[in-house]
Design a binder for this molecule. Structure first.
Ligand code: PEP
Ligand code: MG
Length: 863
C-alpha cells in the first residue's frame, strides 16, 4: 500500500485530492526509516517519515511553507505547510555535535519558502567525516495529525523532482490551515516508575537528554519537592530518584507530548548494558563497599574494602594534600575568561575522547565507559552556565569552574546514595582536569619516592592516568567504594588498592611506613618490624613466583606426564604481539581484528588489512598467528558500520553473519589475510559459526580467493565454537575445519542465557558451569573423530582453576592474555594429565560452577 508508483514519482505535482505531497529535499538513495542508524529516528520518536542518504550537499524545501524552526547549528529545519503539516528535515546523524561546522543555512526562522527553494547547503565531506552517518531524515513532526499514505520505495530520489511522501490528515479532517494552537501542547504531564537498576543514574539520564535533543519542548523531571531540567545530567542525578520510585515528567512547548514520551521511553527501558551504572561486582574476596570510618580493634590498623588485591609495603604519600587553587578575581575581561574556559573544556573533551578511544582499543570497556560519562558531564549546562554566570560577575575562569563544580557536588552530597557519591568523585575529577587545562598545576605532589603508598580522600581516574605507576606500590583512600572508577582502573593496572578507610586515614602522617594487605582489607600504619617482614616476604614470594614463571616462559609447556599444551596469546594490536613474544607465548591463538579497526571512518582496504597482519606476523618472529575475521555486532561496534538497530543484538547480525549483509567487508579482509607472508604462518578463524553450511561456503570462498591470488600453499581454516549448536555439531564442523577454537565467553553467554555484558549476572555467568564443560567435552569428542585439535581462546583458558579441567577434557591449546602466559605455562607443568582426565570427568557430573571451582581448588590449590 505504501509504495509510490513510478508514474507518480515522475509527476509529483498531481496528488490525489485532499493529499499533501512532499517532494524529496535531497538527492540520493532512499533509506527506510527503520534502517536509519539512530534509534531515535528509526523508532519514530520524531514522527513517521523516511531516510535518504544524500549525495549532494543541498537541502531544498519539500513543500511551500513557513520555517517554524531552524536549529542554531544549522543541521535541521522544520517547515509548516499551508495545510499544517510540520516537516522536520534533519541532515545526518548526531550532527548537532558539529556545532554548525559544514552547514550554511540560506533561510531564517519565520521565512516563507516555496517548494524547491534551497534551505541549507552543507559540506558533504565535512559531515561525512565528522558525523557517524550522513543518512538524513524527513519526519512528520505532527504525525498525530497527518498520516503517511504513500512513500518512495527503495531506489534513488532527486531533490525537488521525486515525490517522497504523500500525507493525509487523520480522522477525515479536510486539510487546510490548521491553527497553530492545535499543535501547542501547553503542558503535558506523565508519571512513571523507574525500572532501571540504580534508578535515575547518569547513563539513563544522559540517554533521556539525548532523546529530546532538537525536539521543540522543554521537559522537567520532578521527584517529590525536587525538580530538574532534562538538559542537566547533574541536576537529574541530584534528584536522588532511586530504583522503583515514581517521578513526574512535565513537558512544555509545541512538541511537549513527543518529548515527554521520548524521555519516558528512555527511562522505562530495561537497564541493558548499564555496565557502569549498576554497582559493579567487587572483586571476589571483597566485602560490600562501606563508606564509614573503619578503625579496627587492632591498634594501628584501619579496616578498608579491597578494591584491587595484593600486598604492599611503602611510604605514605598524600596525593591530594595541595589543592589547585585558582585566584578568585579575573585578570582578564569576562569575554577573555569565558573563551579561556571554552578552550580548556574543549581540550579536556579532546583528552577524554582520546582516553575513550585508547581504552576501547585495549578492550577496556569499563574504562571507556567512565571517560564517556565524563564527557557527558563536561557539557552539562548546570556546570557550564553557572561558571559563565560567575565569570560575568568578574570571577576568573578557574575559580568560576571550581565553584560551579562544588555547588553541584554539594547538591549530590545531600542525596543519600553511595552511587551518587561516586558521581561526585567524577565531578571532582573534571574540576581538576579543567583547572589543569587552564594552566594550574601542582607538580610538587607528583615527585614520588620509590614504593609510594598513595593516600587520597578519593582518587580520580585522571590522577591515575597521570601518575608514575612504576613508583606506586599501593593506593589507599578514605572514601570511595569498590565500584568507584578509580578502583576499576587500579584493578586493571594491577596496583593493590584499599578504599573506605575512613577519616582516620587523614591522621596518618606523610612519610609513615605502612603495610597494605588489600585482600585482607588491612591498612597497618604502625606496623611492627615483624609485620613489615611478613608483608615483604609475601610480596617477595609473589614477585619471585612471577619471575620464576617468566624465566621458564620461553620453553614449551607440558604436563608432568608429557602431554604438550600450547600456550598462546590473545592479542588485538601490534603492541600486544610484542608483549606476547616477551612473555613467552608459543603462538597467537586469537587476533581480534575488529579492535584494530574500530575507530575508523571507513572499512579498511585489502592492503590495509594485509599491512596490519603482516606487521603482526613479523613481530611474532616465526610463531603462527590465528587471525579471526571481523567479529562485530552485539557488544563490539565499529564506527564505519551503521547497522540497523536490532532488538536483540547478541542474537542478531554479528560475527560471520555480518557477511550476509556486507560480504564486501569479509572479502577484503580475506584477500588481505591471504597475502601475508610466509603463507604457512597465518591461520584463519571464523567467529560465531552456527553450522556446517556456513563453514563450507566460507571455505570455498577462501579457496577461490587463494586461487585468484595465485597462492598454492594451503591455508588452515578454523571455526570458533561459541554457540551451543556448533559444539553439538562439532564432528560435522571438524570434518571441514582444520581446528576448532572454543570461545568460552560467548559459549557461556549462549549456553546459560546470561548476557556477558550484564554485571549483575557476572558471578553466575561462569564458564566452569558443568553445562559449558559438557559442551567443551562434546567439542573435543567431535574433533577427535576427524583427528583435529581443539583450543580455548575465551577467558576461561586463563583461569587457573579451569586450566587442569580443560586440559583433562582434551584441549591442547590455551590462548590467554599475553601477561598470563608465564603463570599458565607454570600451572600446566605442575599437572598430571591422567589425573586431569579423571577429575574432569567427575566435574561434568557436578551440579554447579561453584561446585566445580571448589573441587578444582581442592585438587590443584592456587599459588
Ligand atoms: C569468546 O567468545 O570467548 C571469544 C574469545 O571471543 P570474544 O570474547 O571476542 O567474543
Ligand atoms: Mg566471542
Amino acid at each position: 500500500m505504501e509504495r509510490i508508483e513510478e508514474s507518480r514519482l515522475m509527476d509529483p505535482l498531481k496528488p490525489a485530492e485532499a493529499h499533501v505531497v512532499l517532494v524529496s529535499p535531497f538527492t540520493g538513495p532512499v533509506v527506510p526509516l527503520a534502517a536509519v542508524p539512530d534509534p531515535v529516528f528509526a523508532e519514530g520518536l520524531f514522527g513517521d517519515g523516511i531516510g535518504i542518504d544524500p549525495l549532494v550537499g543541498k537541502l531544498i524545501a519539500p513543500c511551500d511553507g513557513t520555517v517554524m524552526h531552524l536549529a542554531r547549528t544549522g543541521h535541521a529545519v522544520t517547515l509548516q505547510s499551508a495545510e499544517g503539516v510540520q516537516v522536520l528535515v534533519h541532515i545526518g546523524i548526531d550532527t548537532v555535535e558539529l556545532n554548525g561546522e559544514g552547514f550554511s543555512p540560506k533561510i531564517a526562522q519565520g521565512d516563507s519558502v516555496r517548494r524547491g527553494d534551497t534551505l541549507i547547503e552543507f559540506d558533504l565531506d565535512v559531515v561525512a567525516c565528522r558525523a557517524p552517518s550522513l543518512v538524513s531524515v524527513v519526519a512528520i513532526a505532527n504525525s498525530d495529525a497527518f498520516e503517511v499514505v504513500e512513500r518512495a520505495g527503495a531506489g534513488h530520489v532527486e531533490a525537488g523532482a521525486s515525490t517522497l511522501l504523500v500525507l493525509r490528515a487523520r480522522g477525515g479532517v479536510v486539510p487546510g490551515a490548521i491553527p497553530e494552537h492545535e499543535f501547542i501542547a501547553d503542558e503535558v504531564r506523565r508519571t512513571i516508575t523507574l525500572a532501571h537498576a540504580g534508578g535515575l543514574h547518569a547513563r539513563p539520564a544522559a540517554r533521556a537528554r539525548e532523546a529530546v535533543r532538537g525536539v521543540d519542548a522543554r521537559v522537567e523531571v520532578r521527584y517529590g519537592e525536587r525538580k530538574a531540567a532534562i538538559e542537566s545530567v547533574v541536576g537529574l542525578l541530584a534528584l536522588g530518584a532511586g530504583e522503583g520510585v515514581t517521578i513526574e515528567l512535565v513537558g512544555i512547548g509545541k512538541e511537549a507530548e513527543r518529548a515527554v514520551n521520548a524521555v519516558a521511553e528512555e527511562l522505562l527501558r530495561e537497564a541493558a548494558g548499564e555496565a557502569h551504572e549498576v554497582p559493579a561486582r567487587a572483586p571476589a574476596s571483597a566485602p560490600a563497599p562501606v563508606t564509614a570510618s573503619a578503625a579496627t580493634a587492632e591498634p594501628g590498623v584501619l579496616a578498608g574494602v579491597c578494591a584491587a588485591p595484593g600486598v604492599a609495603v611503602g611510604t605514605l604519600v598524600r596525593w591530594d594534600e595541595a589543592e589547585l587553587t585558582p585566584a578568585e578575581a579575573a585578570s582578564n575581561t569576562p569575554a577573555a575568561e569565558s573563551r579561556a574556559l571554552d578552550k580548556a573544556i574543549a581540550a579536556v573533551d579532546a583528552e577524554l575522547d582520546h582516553s575513550v578511544r585508547t581504552a576501547s582499543q585495549r578492550g577496556a570497556i569499563g574504562e571507556a565507559g567512565i571517560f564517556t560519562m565524563h564527557r557527558v558531564l563536561l557539557e552539562d549546562p548546570a556546570l557550564v552556565d553557572t561558571a559563565r554566570d560567575a565569570i560575568s560577575l568578574g570571577k576568573s575562569a578557574g575559580y568560576a569552574w571550581r565553584e560551579a563544580i562544588r555547588a553541584q557536588i554539594a547538591v549530590l552530597g545531600k542525596v543519600d546514595d553511595p552511587l551518587l557519591a561516586e558521581r561526585a568523585a567524577d565531578l571532582r575529577d573534571l574540576e581538576k582536569r579543567v583547572l589543569r587545562a587552564l594552566g594550574l598545576s601542582n607538580t610538587a605532589a607528583r615527585v614520588l619516592p620509590d614504593e609510594a603508598v598513595l593516600a587520597a580522600d578519593e582518587f580520580t581516574p585522571s590522577d591515575l592516568a597521570t601518575l608514575d605507576r612504576s613508583r606506586v606500590t599501593a593506593l589507599v583512600m578514605a572514601r570511595g567504594g569498590a565500584t568507584s572508577h578509580a578502583a576499576i582502573i587500579a584493578r586493571q593496572a594491577g596496583i593493590p588498592a584499599l578504599v573506605a578507610l575512613g577519616d582516620a586515614l587523614k591522621q596518618v602522617e606523610e612519610g609513615t611506613q605502612v603495610v597494605v594487605d588489600a585482600g585482607a582489607g588491612r591498612f597497618a600504619y604502625t606496623p611492627s618490624a615483624a609485620d613489615i617482614d611478613r608483608a615483604r616476604n609475601e610480596r617477595l614470594r609473589l614477585a619471585g613466583l612471577r619471575e620464576a614463571n617468566r624465566r621458564s616462559s620461553h620453553e614449551a609447556a607440558a604436563t608432568r606426564d608429557g602431554r604438550a599444551v600450547e600456550i598462546a596469546a590473545n592479542i588485538a594490536t601490534l603492541d600486544d604481539a610484542v608483549t606476547a613474544v616477551d612473555n613467552g607465548a608459543d603462538a597467537v591463538g586469537l587476533l581480534r581484528t575488529e579492535l584494530m579497526f574500530i575507530h575508523r571512518q571507513a572499512a579498511p582496504t585489502v592492503d590495509e588489512h594485509r599491512q596490519s597482519y603482516q606487521a603482526i606476523a613479523d613481530a611474532l618472529k616465526g610463531r603462527t598467528a590465528i587471525i579471526r575475521t571481523l567479529d562485530v555486532g552485539a557488544d563490539k561496534e565499529v564506527d564505519y558500520l551503521t547497522l540497523p538497530p536490532e532488538p536483540n543484538p547478541a542474537l542478531g547480525l554479528r560475527g560471520i553473519r555480518l557477511a550476509q549483509v556486507r560480504p564486501d567487508l569479509l572479502d577484503d579482509q580475506l584477500r588481505g589475510l591471504l597475502a601475508v607472508k610466509p603463507a604457512g604462518k597465518v591461520r584463519i578463524l571464523l567467529p560465531m559459526v552456527t553450522d556446517v553450511g556456513e563453514l563450507v561456503r566460507l571455505r570455498e570462498r577462501i579457496e577461490a580467493f587463494a586461487r585468484e591470488a595465485g597462492r598454492t600453499e594451503p591455508i588452515e581454516v578454523g571455526v570458533m565454537i561459541e554457540v551451543p549448536s556448533a559444539a553439538l555439531l562439532a564432528d560435522q564442523l571438524a570434518r571441514h575445519a582444520d581446528f576448532l577454537s572454543i570461545g568460552t565467553n560467548d559459549l557461556t553467554q549462549y549456553t546459560l542465557a546470561m548476557d556477558r555484558c550484564q554485571p549483575d549476572l557476572a558471578a553466575q555467568a561462569d564458564g566452569l558451569h558443568p553445562a559449558v564443560l559438557r559442551l567443551v567435552a562434546a567439542t573435543v569428542e567431535g574433533a577427535n573423530r576427524h583427528g583435529k585439535w581443539v583450543g580455548v581462546c575465551g577467558a576461561l583458558a586463563g583461569d587457573p582453576l579451569a586450566v587442569p579441567l580443560l586440559v583433562g577434557l582434551g584441549v591442547s591449546e590455551l590462548s590467554v592474555d599475553p601477561v598470563s602466559v608465564p603463570s599458565i605455562k607454570a600451572r600446566v607443568r605442575k599437572l598430571d594429565y591422567n589425573e586431569c582426565r579423571a577429575r574432569a570427568q567427575n566435574a561434568l557430573a557436578l551440579e554447579s560452577a561453584q561446585a566445580v571451582r571448589t573441587a578444582s581448588a581442592a585438587t590443584w590449590p592456587l599459588d
